[in-house]
Design a protein around this ligand. Structure first.
Ligand SMILES: [Fe+2]
Ligand SMILES: [Fe+2]
Length: 248
């Protein structure tokens, strides 16, 4: 039975008007997205102003732990409190939901390489810095080499902009196989701007890990996709790589 007509009648009698609501939601044209984009541009501008001195300063600043001894599973749960305000695709979705989205997208495609799956879960652990008073331009953003280097010198010999990648790399590297720690360190690089400085190891890891990884990292972001699994469902995998508490 169509109840709109009688409702309309009653509402009109009472002096109200019933109108159809537009339920269509277009994130591309929303005010929210526009605001995020302009905020993002400002943050990125400041991120690309980093110099070698900025990077050295931040490396020294974060030599000491910020949280002390902590289980990686608990650390990942704290990503639930972390929102990246520069991320226009996630638009307020937590970093914990994001890493679960990445892992889920891989699993849906049949990825079973545990190195890629653990990278999906831990690659943004450096965003824990969002819980501190560190400037946003030092936490988020894509990275390029700062200055000019000899071609083929290798990424490890270049200064890149400093962000959550570098922070997490130094905290996690001793627990991870070389390709995974490399991936954590370079997961935000802009490949076309950086490719000429690759050595053989960078080229191999880039082909095998970074290119597929960036596809999932960027491509799975959504404000609508609620991950089916919880972080506790990955407890076995996480403790396989991190059997003990680490200093973060
Ligand atoms: Fe990241
Ligand atoms: Fe990510």
């Amino acid at each position: 039975m169509n109840i709109v007509k009688p409702l309309k009648k009653v509402a009109t009698k009472l002096g109200y008007e019933i109108r159809q609501i537009d339920w269509t939601y277009d994130p591309n044209s929303s005010i929210l997205r526009r605001d995020l984009c302009s905020q993002n541009r400002e943050i990125m501008k400041r991120h690309f102003l980093q110099t070698e001195e900025t990077v050295i300063h931040l490396r020294n600043k974060y030599e000491k732990p910020i949280l002390g001894k902590i289980d990686v599973l608990d650390l990942l749960k704290r990503l639930g409190e972390c929102i990246d305000p520069s991320d226009t695709k996630l638009a307020g979705v937590s970093q914990l939901a994001h890493v679960l989205q990445v892992a889920e997208a891989m699993e849906n495609d049949g990825v079973i390489d545990s190195d890629l799956l653990i990278a999906a879960l831990i690659h943004d652990l450096g965003k824990i810095l969002l819980l501190t008073d560190e400037a946003l331009e030092n936490i988020v953003g894509m990275n390029c080499p700062i200055g000019e280097y000899e071609e083929g010198i290798g990424f490890d010999h270049c200064f890149f902009q400093w962000n959550h990648d570098e922070f997490a790399y130094w905290r996690l590297k001793d627990y991870l196989p070389d390709p995974v720690s490399w991936l954590i360190r370079y997961h935000s690089i802009l490949l076309p701007e950086s490719a000429r400085y690759m050595d053989e190891r960078d080229r191999q890891y880039s082909e095998k890990y970074l290119i597929p990884f960036q596809k999932y990292d960027q491509g799975s972001k959504s404000v609508f996709r609620i991950p089916k699994k919880r972080i506790d469902d990955y407890r076995g995998l996480i403790h396989q790589y991190f059997p003990e508490v680490l200093t973060f």
